[in-house]
Write a new protein. Structure first.
Length: 420
């Protein structure tokens, strides 16, 4: 960056070797099988197919896959990313290069970045985020919340004709969510499990009668109850985005992703979850370390399904000013997931259930995706596919053994991981 302004390092539009018209034509075929080819060709050219989409955090995992799908459909893609460690090594990753994307290196928390990045833009995906396990609380709000307030500030001040903004939120905003007590049949929002409870390896959420309560899958209309700064910063983002969006008539949609899996998940980010850690351990023949008793449930969603949910949110006006879960639609225990990784990697690793835990982990996290399904979306791909695709990719780029081990040590040292 120079003078506080972000640098635009590439501005080629069509790297496929095809003319824009050819490219749009190809997009037309994949876009709407129901339309006559010629009809779609014109529709695609004249109704928005040359729209420019800005993706913040577009050099990351979800952003880059979303970019690829948008480009396939004929959109012009502009990526804004600060490329900072630990996710990146300050350079553009190969998978966004030579694709004709406009690449802007810049920080979303700086106003100047937005002034440059929003020029000529029709749509915005807000995917840039601070994701970490470290206790740097204010950073979450700076990157995940404040930066996006700046986005609206610039749009309103400059009267920019932005057609829609889609934000990435997270299943994390639900925290432990809602449970039902088996005796009283009453629903309740549990508090974070206490350190004392976890140290005694009493993993379940208990109702006031001290028996295990029953988890209810997350629904969009339930009260958010985040357990950490990341979740809190995303709730704040949701509130400000919907409020400012409605006030200034800037269509805005929020997607609350579950655990997204697939290739390009940064192998160096402390935050990226069980897939990266389990696969690395399995490929190395090291114990696959599962927290708690492994019976905690999660839902896993494939990156291709998430990219589709993003494009749907961009294109469907009926989704404006609403929040949607985007998840795998089915819960698995973490132990089941570890077994899946072991089987698919043909690993000799043992699965270790040493009773380690992280205090801000939720016991269960499974989202209902019924609301998004009403808009024609459903998760198509299994966690098995995500694991296979991820393993192929990791083998391609090389397993980062040292990093996984040192990150585990660091989390223990910081007291983020305890027990065992
Ligand atoms: N991956 C998941 O399972 C998951 C689940 C729920 C929500 N999300 C959300 O989805 C979005 C994308 O996540 P991801 O998994 O692709 O993560 P990622 O780390 O791969 O991508 C995030 C990108 O944002 C960029 N970034 C971070 N701070 C920035 C800043 N200040 N300025 C500009 N760029 C910055 C990073 O360099 C990175 O490329 C995030 O908002 C995240 O909170 C992800």
């Amino acid at each position: 960056m120079s003078g506080g302004y972000p640098s635009v390092v590439s501005a080629r539009r069509y790297a496929s070797g095809m003319s824009p018209a050819e490219d749009s034509g190809r997009a037309a075929v994949s876009m709407s099988a129901g339309l006559h080819l010629q009809e779609c060709f014109f529709q695609c050219i004249f109704v928005g197919m040359a729209d420019r989409v800005l993706i913040t955090g577009g050099a990351g995992f979800i952003g880059s896959h979303t970019a690829d799908l948008l480009a396939k459909k004929g959109y012009k893609v502009r990526i804004l990313d600060d490329l900072k460690p630990p996710v990146h090594d300050r350079d553009w990753p190969d998978y966004v290069l030579n694709k004709g994307y406009e690449l802007i290196k810049g920080d979303v928390s700086k106003k100047n970045t937005w002034l440059t990045a929003l020029r000529g833009v029709d749509y915005v995906f807000g995917l840039a985020a601070h994701q970490d396990q470290l206790p740097n609380f204010s950073k979450f709000f700076e990157v995940n919340t404040l930066s996006n307030a700046l986005l609206y500030e610039v749009i309103v001040a400059k009267k920019l004709p932005i057609k829609k903004i889609v934000f990435a939120s997270s299943q994390f905003i639900y925290g432990d969510g809602v449970y039902i007590c088996p005796h009283t049949k009453r629903r309740f929002y549990p508090d974070l499990r206490t350190l004392d409870q976890l140290k005694k390896q009493r993993w379940d959420i208990l109702c006031p009668q001290k028996v295990s309560a029953q988890f209810v899958p997350f629904r969009e209309d339930q009260q958010p109850n985040p357990t950490n700064s990341y979740g809190l910063s995303k709730v704040a983002l949701e509130n400000l985005a919907l409020r400012l969006g409605k006030t200034y008539n800037i269509p805005t949609t929020i997607l609350r992703y579950s655990i997204v899996q697939g290739p390009r998940q940064s192998p160096r980010n402390l935050y990226s979850g069980s897939l990266r850690i389990f696969v690395t351990q399995a490929l190395e023949g090291e114990p696959i370390t599962v927290y708690e008793d492994g019976q905690q449930k999660r839902d896993f969603v494939n990156i291709e399904d998430i990219a589709r949910s993003n494009v749907l949110a961009l294109e469907n006006d009926k989704m404006n000013f609403q929040i949607f879960n985007a998840g795998g639609g089915k819960g698995y225990t973490v132990l089941q997931f570890a077994e899946m990784v072991k089987r698919l990697t043909k690993s000799t690793s043992k699965i270790s259930l040493a009773g380690e835990f992280r205090q801000t982990d939720t016991r269960n996290a499974v989202s209902s995706v019924k609301k998004l399904q009403k808009f024609g979306w459903k998760p198509k791909f299994s966690p098995e596919k995500s694991i296979r695709d991820y393993v192929d990719w990791v083998k391609d780029i090389g397993v980062d053994r040292a990093s996984v081990r040192s990150q585990r040590m660091r989390l223990r040292k910081l007291g983020v991981v305890e027990g065992g």
